[in-house]
Design a protein around this ligand. Structure first.
Ligand code: PGA
Length: 241
């Protein structure tokens, strides 16, 4: 595990964007696993700038997003579909046919999840997976529990996650209780993993994630078993290391 401590959010975002951009520069047909949430917003802003400056060309890139709320229409302002277009896809030259974001409203979720995994495999797997981390140690929406699942699946969100996500909704009641998420298998099979964390609310989860112990109670702790993980933290997120 390589750990970079950036002085603040801005620097974290710039470093992360640099790593994503170099992946795309080195392999124009790169397969990127993408994350949503507050954390990668600055990274996407920087990638959009780099695209505009002509420093990186996204035309050949295939993307797979980690997760989506269950039951939210893609047009819902809090859906991760909406997020991804607003922060990235509306502003770069990626090919819409190569963008994949799990649908939270498929009629048959079980077959949908299977097909999502098949598409990742057919694309050759993920070259670079971007991750945030929940205050409870989740990655994607792989929540702490007795076991973790390998494939894409529907998950019940923990109360902690519902609470954390309620800041984006008018009321707590509106926060979806379920989501569809890529499983630990697709994440762990990625060639390289780039995890970003910012703020003191993430410090405990980061400490537990790199502690030397692997437990389903801290899904991010499994990253210690991956051969190529880069953590980019700001000073607050790194405070307990
Ligand atoms: P955040 O979410 O970036 O909005 O903090 C991260 C996560 O829950 O994975």
């Amino acid at each position: 595990m390589k750990i970079f401590v950036a002085k603040d959010y801005q620097e974290m975002s710039k470093k992360a964007a640099g790593i994503v951009a170099s992946q795309v520069i080195l392999k124009n047909s790169a397969v990127l696993g993408l994350a949503t949430g507050s954390t990668p917003e600055g990274m996407y802003r920087r990638l959009v700038e780099m695209g505009r400056e002509g420093a990186v060309d996204f035309r050949g890139v295939t993307t797979f997003n980690l997760d989506e709320y269950l039951g939210l229409d893609p047009g819902h302002p809090q859906s991760y579909h909406h997020y991804m277009y607003r922060h990235l896809f509306d502003h770069i030259n990626a090919d819409p046919a190569k963008i994949h974001i799990p649908a939270g409203n498929a009629r048959d979720m079980a077959s949908y999840c299977r097909e999502y995994d098949e598409k990742i495999a057919a694309a050759g797997g993920i070259d670079l997976q971007v991750l945030g981390i929940g205050g409870n140690g989740h990655i994607g929406f792989n929540e702490p529990g007795e076991y973790l699942k390998t494939g894409t699946h529907v998950v019940d969100l923990t109360e902690e996650t519902v609470e954390a996500n309620s800041r984006f909704f008018a009321s707590r009641e509106e926060v979806p209780r379920q989501a569809v998420t890529m499983g630990m298998g697709s994440i762990m099979k990625a060639g390289r993993i780039l995890l970003l964390a910012s703020g003191k609310g993430k410090a405990r989860a980061i400490k537990d994630a790199v502690s030397g112990r692997v437990t389903t109670r801290i899904p991010a702790s499994f990253l210690q078993l991956h051969r190529d993980v880069v953590l980019i933290l700001d000073e607050e997120a790194a405070a307990l290391l």
